[in-house]
Design a protein around this ligand. Sequence first.
Ligand code: ASP
Length: 321
Amino acid sequence: MTKTAQAPNEPVLAIHGGAGTIYRASLTPEKERAYRVALAASLAAGQAVLVGGGTALDAVVAAVVSLEDCPLFNAGRGAVFTSDGRNELDASIMDGATRAAGAIAGVTRVRNPIRAARAVMERSRHVMLIGAGAEAFAEGQGLDMVEPGYFHTPERWAQLEAARASGRVELDHDGASRQAAGSDTKFGTVGAVARDRHGNLAAATSTGGVTNKQWGRVGDSPIIGAGTFADNATVAVSATGLGEAFMRACAAYEVAALVGYKGLSLDAAVTEVATVTVPRYGGKGGLIAVDAHGNVSMRFSTSGMYRGVVRGNGGPELAIH
Ligand code: ASP
């Protein structure tokens, strides 16, 4: 899916809800509708910010919070479980205007991890906080804290049990895991990229990581340059897929480098990273990106990626396969 901006100052927002094996056959019309409703709600939340003259930063937070609150996705409520049966959440955000960035990893009680990442960016002297320190910081900033059970969903627990039985660490949307769990549900990490009226870019990503991950494992999503990157001079990017490969590929920054140094078009850069660079390091997944001209690219090496884009006051364009 590649889109070009129609008007120079028209704001644009793109989101993803995870890339992976999404069997057409197992996606019932009801389920597909549920995903589409959730994706549209996320786009509407971000779009309201942008058409109201708000910033790209506020828009990506609004879009990601909406997906974190939805149990269909592997972020916030509905996140996947670690091998010891906990939800450890990661998130990051970057402001393309200043390259300010914030990230948190391994939190278990912050309702909306992306808000905590933003608080780290704007209200701490640091870029990344982890675990208990990140939680204490979030609480001190007055963010919504919840009991760990808030994140628990039966579908995710079934996925953990299946992954434990097979001894595998799995992407939440991995087909084998899904089938073994006897469930055809498919969920994913979430992310958003936006360009506002002023031409500023921002990117945000939030995840529960991968099912049956060792406790303490951190993937690409909270790593600036791997799962998230934004710079007005080039692009804003959010990634989803096997974090270890995206980290080794420095995937999000690689898109910016291909555009900035090699002169590739946005879509050529995103396509190369999604289908060549990341697979070289043993992973699959997808990336969404927007540039300062309002071009959008959403590419993946898996069979599907929940995604959507909205421009100005327009209606949402949604796609899965
Ligand atoms: N990138 C995430 C991680 O490895 C997982 C995903 O995108 O589904 O933590």
